[in-house]
Design a protein around this ligand. Sequence first.
Ligand code: LMR
Length: 391
Amino acid sequence: MLNRLEAQSPDALLALIKLHAADERPDKVDLGVGVYRTGQGDTPVFAAIKAAEQQLVDRQDSKSYLGPEGDMGFVNALMPYIFGADATMGGRIAGMQTPGGTGAVRLAVALAQKAGMERLHMGVPSWPNHAQILNDIALETVTFQHSNPDGTANIDAVLEAIRNAGPNDGVLLHGCCHNPTGIDYSAEEWQAIGDAIAETGIFPIIDTAYQGLGHGLEEDAAGMRSVLAKVPEAFVCYSCDKNFGMYRDRVGAFYILSDGQDTLDNAFSNANALARASWSMPPDHGAAAVRLILRDEELTKVWKDELDTMRSRMRDVRRALADAGTAGSVDLTPLGGQNGLFSVLPVSKEQVAQLREEHAIYMAGSGRINIAGLTMGNIEKFVDALADVTG
Ligand code: LMR
């Protein structure tokens, strides 16, 4: 039976991790998969997480099952950060823990499909796994251009997609720190998107995987919140993998917004059933550590300071790249105004290969770079190499 299967190529981003690890050149630069790195190139465990994990070792008295919704203390503790001071938006939100942001996206689109969503509009480029998940559940995807060549968001394209949507359509939006472009909507653009969604009734799914890595925890949530304030229903997919540095522990959450209590309860029961059939229940450890941090004022402060350090280092790198001006044919100035871990450079697949082979610089074939892979020690090498292959 198994010889009927067609071989699949490995996920290109994850394959880069192995390629980079096998490279023995001492000055190699990893701008591939989206993990934060310090100025020394490390991805350390947050001090706040270490402290919370120690508390778990000392005090956790059982690892018995929790249920498909996971750690509800974690789910609730995150809500003020995501939704603001009125953390439940007047009791209109129900949430559950998921295995990473990917689990939340998977659950969101599967539940939307079960509720009758026929097509999902998605800006491109997007995180490659969005398309893979949608393809896997066979939900029809309609694409629009997310950004303009000058490094601004293509607001006309998203508004047109929303206004022309059919009655059973949805739209997938990145809450902040757009992956891969780093190009986010402005406050006015978010308002216009919220108005258009409210007018047409298209169903919004907002994927927020990088809160705090753009301009700050509150600032990065503002656009998403302005949409949620205008619409009767939405899904929010959330990841703590980046802003708590929990990558391999897979810490995510899925939230449902609805106007009616019965509808909300009903949707939550369906999400619960889908989770049970998919992974039964999410892994506990990382979410338990996040809960301990968010319930402890001192640890929360330690965590926020660590997040501030990450964000300001990435802003420094972006400033240095923008200050470099151009590298060969690549204008680096727009990168200064973009947000989060990623930006996309206008380079060809051949130039990406050349950067890897001749300069030991690893980046996605799409031209995406992980800003956090750059340090004050290797930016010059990177800019010179870029000039070499594109000049
Ligand atoms: C990325 O885009 O590099 C990250 O979100 C990691 C992943 O799972 O792809």
